[in-house]
Design a protein around this ligand. Structure first.
Ligand code: PGA
Length: 258
């Protein structure tokens, strides 16, 4: 795992956005794995800014999203498809025919998950997977206890995840407690993985992922087995790592705005 410790939240966000930009600049027909959530908001805003300053051609890009809530229609404002369309696909000029998101509103969820795995394989696998991390160490919606061998599937969210995501829902609004997610094995098959973690609330999960044992109790620790993962951290997310001096500046990322 390459660990990039940044001096600020802004630098970490810019660095992770730069890695996505560089991937697409180097290979416009990349197969990209997108993530969602509060951390990705900042990253996607940076990416859109970069695109305005140094436009790239995004229409050859093929993409797969990590996860989707069950029970929300694709045009529901809290669905991840809605999130992606408005924050990423439309602003970057991405061809939506080449985007894939799990459908949490179909009758046969298992079939949808199997079809998703097939579609990833038919696209030649994922070149570059973006990830956030949950406060409980989840990646995608692979909650603690998820098998390292897991594939795309239906899953129940833990109370901790439901509470962490409550901020995205208005009081009294329906909040899904179940989801579809790429599995840990599916994620580990991506050729390159970039994780962005920001804020003190992520520090325990980050320390468990990097310095803890490989354990299903911390699904993100599976990344210890991946040969090409870059972890981009702000100081707060990194605060519980005991080996910070070894990580600092070990893997500089070019700042495209500098
Ligand atoms: P967050 O979610 O960015 O909203 O904290 C990250 C995740 O759960 O993967």
């Amino acid at each position: 795992m390459k660990i990039h410790l940044c001096d600020s939240r802004e630098e970490a966000t810019r660095s992770a956005a730069a890695l996505v930009y560089q991937q697409v600049a180097a290979k416009p027909c990349s197969v990209l794995g997108w993530a969602t959530g509060g951390t990705m908001d900042a990253l996607y805003s940076e990416l859109v800014l970069l695109q305005q300053q140094r436009p790239l051609y995004w229409r050859e890009l093929v993409s797969f999203n990590l996860d989707e809530y069950v029970g929300l229609s694709t045009d529901h404002p809290k669905s991840y498809r809605f999130y992606m369309r408005h924050r990423v696909f439309i602003p970057l000029g991405i061809n939506e025919d080449c985007t894939h998101l799990l459908r949490g509103d179909v009758s046969d969820l298992d079939d949808a998950c199997m079809a998703y795995e097939r579609a990833i394989a038919e696209a030649g696998g994922i070149d570059f997977q973006l990830l956030g991390i949950g406060e409980n160490g989840h990646i995608g919606f692979n909650e603690p206890g998820s098998s390292m061998d897991s594939r795309t599937r239906f899953t129940r969210l833990t109370l901790q995840t439901i509470e962490a995501n409550q901020r995205f829902f208005a009081p009294g609004e329906f909040q899904p407690h179940t989801a579809l997610t790429m599995g840990i094995k599916t994620i580990l098959e991506a050729r390159q993985i970039v994780m962005l973690a920001l804020g003190a609330k992520k520090s325990a999960a980050v320390a468990a992922m990097v310095e803890g044992p490989l354990s299903e109790l911390c699904p993100a620790s599976a990344l210890q087995m991946h040969p090409a993962t870059t972890l981009v951290l702000d100081p707060d997310a990194a605060q519980s790592l005991t080996q910070q001096n070894n990580h600092r500046r070990a893997h500089p990322i070019k700042d495209l705005k500098a």
